[in-house]
Design a protein around this ligand. Sequence first.
Ligand code: NI
Length: 178
Amino acid sequence: MTADLRYPIGPMPTPMTLTPAERVEALGHVFALPADLFEAVQGLSEAQLGTPYREGGWTVRQVVHHVAESHMNAFVRLKLALTEDNPVIKPYEEDRWATLADHELVPEVSLNLLDALHSRLGMLLASLDPQGDDWARPWTHPAQGRTYSVDTLLAMYAWHGRHHVAQITALRERLGWS
Ligand code: NI
């Protein structure tokens, strides 16, 4: 049996509802992500940052930039869900985004971006009434033709940050970079 290098913490969860305790836990992951990702890449050389986290996969540098742009989309989707009636969100081609020139920037650029972004994302989520209806507000993904909730969005992106941090920490462990 081989470890799944692509999904080190398992597949993305898509629950329609979370308990208040699960929301608190997920929000903790949202607030922790910028520091966790910073720690995951800390001390890596240029060559190490340019190493794919798995054969045929993104480089460590691309993973960091991907997390930033994915979570920028998450922030926009959350704001849409909180202000519109079941908005249809805009999917994007993440593999093509990863081939554009800004993915060659040093990771610090996206780490700083994530630091600011997650302050806003976390504060906004934390401002929602724990017993209120906002967690059930719907949004629709057109490609999948599925409607999700704000709870789902929180669960997805709490997982997503940890998922990519684990890809990098698993690589460091495998190659003995520690
Ligand atoms: Ni991703």
